[in-house]
Structure formats: C-alpha cells, structure tokens
Design a protein around this ligand. Sequence first.
Ligand SMILES: Cc1cc2nc3c(=O)[nH]c(=O)nc-3n(C[C@H](O)[C@H](O)[C@H](O)COP(=O)(O)OP(=O)(O)OC[C@H]3O[C@@H](n4cnc5c(N)ncnc54)[C@H](O)[C@@H]3O)c2cc1C
Length: 498
Amino acid sequence: MHDESARTAAMTKHAVVIAGGGPTGLMLAGELALARVDVAIVERRASQDLAGSRAGGLHSRTIEVLDQRGIAERFLSQGRVMQVGGFAMIPLDISDFPTRHNYGLALWQEGIERTLATWVDELAVPIYREHEVTGFAQDDTGVDVELSDGRSLRAKYLVGCDGGRSLIRKKAGIDFPGWDPSISYLIAEVAMTEEPAWGIRRDERGINALGKLEDGKRVRVVLNEPHVRQGDEPTLDDLRAALIAVYGTDFGVHNVAYLSRFTDAARQAASYRERRVLLAGDSAHAHSPAGGQGLNIGVQDAVNLGWKLAQVVNGTSPESLLDTYQAERHPIGARVLKSTMAQTALNRGDERMKALWETMSELLKMDEPRKRYAAMMSGLDIRYDLGTGHPLLGRRMPDLDLVTANGPRRVFTLLHDARPVLLNLGEPGALDIAPWAGRVQRIDARYAGVWELPVLGAVAAPTAVLIRPDGHVAWVGDGTDHGLRDALIIWFGPPNHG
Ligand SMILES: Cc1cc2nc3c(=O)[nH]c(=O)nc-3n(C[C@H](O)[C@H](O)[C@H](O)COP(=O)(O)OP(=O)(O)OC[C@H]3O[C@@H](n4cnc5c(N)ncnc54)[C@H](O)[C@@H]3O)c2cc1C
C-alpha cells in the first residue's frame, strides 16, 4: 500500500489524459480546459501535419458548436462557405434552414486540426507530442497510462480519441462489432503525364474521382479497387492497376506524394465506457467517409462528453452522469453507420442501383424528405431523449437574438465559457436557482421573434429554457418552475446548502 502511494506520487498526474490529438481529442481537451480541468493530450505525431487530405469540411451543427465557444469565425475565415450536404452525392441544400449557419464549410482536415490546436494551446493544455500511449491499468481511483518512453501518467480518467484502430478500445476489452468491408478505395495525391479524365465516374462498384489539387497541376485520386483489399500500405502498382481497371489507362501516374487506402467497414464500440476509460470519435465508430460525417460526429461526441466528464472530475455530479454520454451518443453513431452503408450501396453504379439512385434523387427533391435528410446530414436534427414535452426538450437551442439588461446578446455567446445557462424570458428575477449559483448562470432576457426549429418549423415560445453547455435544452418553462429543480439536479448536480 505504502509502495503504491509512493509510486503514484512519483508519476505526473492529470485529472484527465486524452490519448490522441486529432480533431476529437483536441475538441475534448478544449472543453475540459474551459471547465478548468487539468487535462493533457498524448499524441504520436510531432505536429498537426497530416499526410493526405482526409475530411473535407464541417457541417452546419459542427459550425454551430464551434460558434457556441466563440471560435467559428476562425474556421469560416479559412474555408469556403457552401452547400456541402448530400446523400449518396444527391445534393441537399439547407439555405432555408433556421440557423445562422445555413451552410457547410469546405476546409481540409489539416486546417481544422491546426485551428483547434491553436485554441487548445491558448487554453494552456499540455500536449505530450511524439509520445504514444502503449497501455494502461485502471483501479478504483484512477488510471496509470503508460507512454512509449517508459514514463507513466496518472489520471482519474483516460479518454481514447486515438482513431479507428484505437489501442485504448482494444486494451479496455471493448468489442467493436459491425460489418466487414464490401469495397476498398485508394486515395492518392500524384502527378500524371497524360491529361486525366477529370471529375466523378461511377462504376459498378462505386465512385471514382480525379480532381485538381490546389496547385492546379497535381491530381487527387479516389479510386475503388477491383477487389476488396485491406491494410494501410498500398503500392504504386496497386494504384496503376486500379486506374487501368476503371479508366483503361494509368495516365502516366508518377511522383506519388501520398497514397492510402480506406474501406466501407462499419463498426461501432459496443460500449463507450469501461469504468474510468472512455472512447470518443473514430475510436468509438468507424465507417465509410460517404457523406462526410466522421470528423463532425467526433467533434460533437467531444462536446457532449466534455462538460459531463468535467462535472464528474470536479465532484459536482455523480459518475452516473457519464452514462448519459453513451445513452445519447451511441444512437447517433449507429445512425451514421447506417446512413454510410445506405450511401455505399446507392453509390454502386449498376443499372438497378442507378434506377434506385434516381428514385432517391426524385424523393429528395421533395421538400419534406429533403428537409429530413438535410437535417440528419447536417446534424441539426439531433434530439437526445430527455423525455416527452416541448419539442425543444433534448434538441439544440437556436441561436436567438436576445435583449438583455446589458444590451443585445446572441444565445451562443452565453455559452462561450461552456457553462450551463438558465435563460429566463419571463418576469425578470423569476426562477430562483440560488443553490446552483456559481454553476448555472441565470440570464434574464427578452425575445420577441419566432421560435423555429429545423424540419419542425415554428414551435410554441417557452417562458424559460435550461441550456446545457453543449447547447441542448434540458428543461423548458411554461410559466412555472415545474420540473426545473429535478432537471438542475440531474444535469448539474445536487444543490449547494448554506
Ligand atoms: C478519405 C477520407 C475522407 C474523409 N472525409 C471526411 C469528411 O469529409 N468529413 C468528415 O467529417 N470526416 C471525414 N473523414 C473522417 C475523418 O477523417 C475522421 O472521422 C476523423 O479524423 C476522426 O477524428 P479522431 O480525432 O476521432 O481520430 P483521428 O483523426 O484518427 O485522430 C487520432 C489521433 O490519435 C493519434 N494516436 C493514435 N494512436 C495513438 C496512441 N496509441 N498514442 C498517442 N496518439 C495516438 C493519431 O496520431 C491521431 O492524431 C474522412 C476520412 C477519410 C479517410
């Protein structure tokens, strides 16, 4: 016992250690740092440099989530605002949606990661770069996290944001059930001596695309392979063979700056938590990139988990609050897996699938289906099951223009510190939350406009709303405080006495 405490005392301690500083790990670190949790990231890479392009941008809800922290502009100023949504390449326009960000953002993953890393750096989160987590052991009070240089870190919680091949998931013994690949793709950045067949070509297996890289000369290749292959290290010969199989020529491909492979394998962690070890992002769900969802839902996992983990670490909420992370985010991951599988099937270009794709295109031109699918792909329709009641309950709080005693305020600016807000739109001074003072901000405000939600349209104006740090509505007032105390206890811990 004595030896044990001497050993842990010698270790570097953090309240939370995050394995992996990709988009999910960085976002989670920012959320925890805002809640004043001592958090550190362990990241294998030396910097945010990424080989290849990976994710191509952000959907509306992710931009909203960043706006809730006051950092959306940093991303918007670097990328191209456009309608990015689609289902199996059938475009889905959201320009008529009731959100300030009724669009997506085209911005490569490296730019997204760099911008998140700058934010995390401003929040003074230490990153152990060029270090790998090689293992861990958890006990009743914490986790010993082993690093590749032989050192250990001691943490209360370890979060695996270490991608699809997650070591944390494997070592925690968490199953990763799902579906083996039905197709594999090569993705590459190359030079070609001949003019390639630019654009998208659909064949019996799926999509192929040849596009100009930013320098206007080199080529970004996405190409399905004649046979399903797995493994990370395809060769130039594999690329040539796949080009010839699709185009009848390899266009004189040479000078390969980047070559990788991805598949449509779809798997999801059976559990997002094993006692003091949690999973978020690709470590919890891996699937085809169709529809551009992975990075987006990883960032949103982080925003769901961050404040909950902070409250548990800070002792304001019981550990059971963490169960709501799995309850809320697992169904979202499952839905994404299903939609990528449907899109992969629709992307197959044989005559029957083409007929189905055309049928689906016709359907998605109709207003109601278009709105429903667009809201799903943009993440704007997410509703956590917080019981029945007002349509706002469990949904994202809209970014209303409020009038407060301190002048005009947007709802999202009230969430910049990642602290919960009780927005009182009724009699100023109503709704006493003194026992939660210091934890929940009470803002008296007026709002005269319509309350409109994506897909649902106008909803009845509430007299108050309790907004969680992730922007989801935890309680809706109807002129009384009925249910408010229970909601405060469930989400923000028992009341302070004295
Ligand atoms: C071709 C392609 C196109 C895509 N397009 C899109 C798109 O348009 N939109 C979209 O939303 N998503 C897209 N994705 C998916 C997106 O890239 C991922 O979902 C996203 O990167 C997941 O982020 P993450 O932080 O969870 O995991 P990762 O990005 O995989 O980050 C994991 C991090 O952990 C580090 N790491 C791993 N193991 C360890 C360890 N043991 N110790 C320390 N560090 C470790 C890694 O170095 C890495 O930095 C695409 C993916 C591919 C392959």
